[in-house]
Design a protein around this ligand. Structure first.
Ligand code: CMC
Length: 429
């Protein structure tokens, strides 16, 4: 028998609503007809109890520390696949076989170059602009360069835009970096893997080539995999909401990048690295932990705690492993900040304040250390996140447009402003 939930209103009237089940995860009460039947809205700022859509892409069980992309555990994907296989999976629903992967990779690398005019577009920005500000502008501007495939009702056009975005984001991200340091842009090299090509565009200069190191390429590839999608977070919801009006995909992804830039979302690894720099030395860890536990200090242990993961962040364990590999490869096992991070983590994990509040290291606790070791400047950390998350955004946008039940996003509100009143002429106010 179909499950129903009933709601009794203040006037005693009882309404019934269908209960919907997902494959896994909490059931949801379908309240779409509530307003029509009763005149009541629901109130849920921050969407703490609201499923804004149905999706088949990513599943998170925060209590159990589970993250699945299309049903596959993140640990298995990070250990056995590369980023482009994960892109294929997120976009198409299944992992590719060898022939499908070869075709996919071939299509992506055919789109890595950007229109030459985009180089000149960059020069309109100040060189000291934050690279994320530049990314928001340049990605949004892509619709002015690639308007031959902007019909969102065409599956073929949507597919072309998806390829363009995934292929061009590394080129644009590295251009944002090169522009900020005053170096010439490097063209893509399609003989390299997706991630090696990105590292070369970041670190090569015309005067001297850059030979990608396999261990470091693998580490950055893993960062991309771990950040590729994360369910209906703020930036993904932004992309869906922007796209629900029929806006073009470049505008939607640019909106996602703008949202990600906020310190409560994509900026945490930058903050974590700054915190480690401020602590400075293992001998200061105790004093810092005391401050982080004191509500009046305004200090938080950055890289600890998560809104959804209340047991452990599965991405953090993988990032910790990668951190060891990278520092060993670079002979930095005694790196001051890494040793500091280990000491901080050990003390916090044994401290009742953090244990009782279920505060564990999140992915950002280690990803800043890894990126710094790779030579990526702190100001580029969120750009790397945006590059990786683009595939998740575009997969979620595609899913929304193809959903028969898709409607423009239009939340309602609880109005608490002035009741109707009359305008008094200015001299009489
Ligand atoms: N250091 C010290 N105390 C903390 C911390 C922390 N990092 N995080 C939470 N608390 C305390 C908080 O003061 C509160 O204590 P009490 O119950 O006594 O009032 C309790 O733990 C619950 O905190 P909350 O703010 O209600 O928890 P939340 O789920 O709203 O916040 C969070 C989650 C990630 C915003 C928060 O844990 C935080 O600020 N962490 C540091 C920033 C950080 O690392 N963010 C990266 C998140 S991972 C990136 C991603 O997935 O996109």
């Amino acid at each position: 028998m179909d499950k129903k939930a009933s709601l009794t209103l203040p006037d005693g009237k009882t309404l019934e609503f269908p209960v919907m089940s997902g494959t896994i995860g909490p059931e949801v009460v379908d309240i779409r007809t509530l307003y029509g039947k009763s005149g009541y809205f629901t109130y849920d700022p921050g969407f703490l109890s609201t499923a804004s859509c149905n999706s088949t892409i990513t599943y998170i069980d925060g209590d159990a520390g589970v993250l699945l992309y299309r049903g596959y555990p993140i640990e298995q994907l990070a250990q056995q696949c590369d980023f482009l296989e994960v892109c294929y999976l997120l976009l198409n629903g299944d992992l590719p076989d060898a022939a499908e992967k070869a075709e996919f990779v071939n299509t992506v690398i055919r789109h890595t170059m950007v229109h030459e005019q985009i180089s000149r577009f960059f020069t309109g920005f100040r060189r000291d602009a934050h690279p994320m500000a530049t990314m928001v502008g340049v990605v949004g501007a892509l619709s002015a360069f690639y308007h031959d495939a902007l019909d969102i009702n065409s599956a073929e056009h949507r597919k072309i835009s998806a390829f363009r975005l995934i292929a061009k984001l590394p080129t644009i991200t590295s251009m944002a970096y090169k522009y900020s340091v005053g170096q010439p842009f490097m063209y893509p090299r399609n003989g390299l893997s997706y991630t090696a090509n990105f590292m070369r565009m970041m670190f090569a200069v015309p005067a001297e080539d850059y030979k990608p190191n396999d261990v470091l390429v693998r580490a950055l590839d893993r960062i991309f995999i771990l950040h590729a999608d994360h369910e209906q977070n703020a930036s993904t919801s932004t992309v869906r909401l922007a796209g629900s009006s029929g806006a073009n995909p470049y505008a939607c992804i640019s909106a996602g990048i703008a949202c990600l830039w906020g310190p409560a979302h994509g900026g945490a690894n930058e903050a974590c690295l700054q915190m480690l720099e401020e602590i400075g030395d293992v001998s200061k860890v105790g004093e810092f932990i005391r401050k982080a536990k004191d509500k009046n200090s305004g200090v938080r242990l950055m890289g600890f705690g998560h809104r959804v993961y209340k047991n452990h962040d599965p991405r953090a364990k993988l990032m910790r492993e990668t951190c060891h590999e990278v520092l060993d490869e670079l002979g930095l096992a005694n790196d001051r900040l890494f040793k500091l991070a280990i000491a901080l983590e050990k003390i916090a994990l044994e401290d009742d304040y953090f244990v009782s509040r279920k505060l564990y290291p999140n992915v950002d606790f280690y990803s800043g250390i890894v990126q710094r070791a790779l030579g990526i400047p702190v100001s580029m950390f969120t750009c790397i996140f945006a590059l990786a998350r683009t595939v998740g955004w575009i997969a979620q946008w595609q899913e929304m447009i193809s959903d028969r039940e898709y409607k423009i996003g239009r939340p309602r509100q609880l109005y608490r402003g002035a009741a109707r009143r009359e305008v008094v002429p200015i001299g009489q106010r």
